[in-house]
Design a binder for this molecule. Structure first.
Ligand SMILES: Cc1cc2nc3c(=O)[nH]c(=O)nc-3n(C[C@H](O)[C@H](O)[C@H](O)COP(=O)(O)OP(=O)(O)OC[C@H]3O[C@@H](n4cnc5c(N)ncnc54)[C@H](O)[C@@H]3O)c2cc1C
Length: 158
């Protein structure tokens, strides 16, 4: 069996290290932070609230093997994730962006997917060079109004 070094104890490193060790390899793990779990790390604050240090993390997968593998280590609580974004005008809209979001932001009553695509294409603005996520949204997907909205939604979530 090999002697292996895994660099980083985030999800990827930790899972590889465990599976390799179970397979009989000798595995060392080094981690430059003072904790395991990488960006998924959380801890319970003195006041009793669980804090996700690097931003909120939710578990979601459609892969039964992933659920089965993780279920070796944890039980599960039923959880339903619903997100609304608060726009600057205090309106709440669904997130991720869907038809209701678009109709609410633009005051439209679009229904058919092709109408939505052509409406958004009519608003899209050329951006060159593309150097930010907002540029990409403006150019490829959405108009600047919605891209601005999405930027502020994203920054609020994080
Ligand atoms: C704000 C935010 C929200 C997110 N929300 C979700 C979510 O809701 N659901 C979800 O599934 N995913 C979410 N993600 C993504 C999730 O965090 C990553 O997919 C996951 O953390 C990736 O794991 P990883 O092991 O590949 O990398 P990381 O978590 O980045 O772990 C890598 C580890 O390697 C260490 N490392 C790197 N280089 C070295 C080195 N040279 N020496 C020693 N150690 C090193 C780092 O310190 C780190 O601990 C979110 C990410 C962020 C930032």
């Amino acid at each position: 069996m090999a002697k292996l070094l895994v660099v980083g104890a985030g999800f990827a490193g930790a899972v590889y290290a465990r599976e390799l060790a179970i397979s009989g390899h000798e595995v060392d793990v080094i981690e430059k932070r003072d904790h395991i779990a990488g960006n998924c790390f959380d801890y319970v604050h003195d006041c009793g609230v669980r804090v996700h240090r690097y931003g909120p993390h939710l578990f979601h997968t459609s892969n039964d093997r992933v659920v089965a593998w993780l279920s070796q280590f944890t039980g599960w609580l039923p959880y339903e994730h619903r997100v609304v974004a608060l726009l600057d005008n205090d309106r709440k809209v669904p997130l991720p962006v869907n038809l209701d979001t678009i109709n609410a932001v633009f005051g439209t009553q679009l229904n058919a997917p092709e109408d939505v695509m052509s409406y958004l294409a009519s608003l899209a603005l050329p951006r060159s060079p593309v150097i930010s996520a907002e540029d990409h949204l403006c150019l490829e997907i959405l108009s600047c109004d919605l891209a601005d909205g999405c930027s502020s939604i994203i920054s609020r979530r994080f």
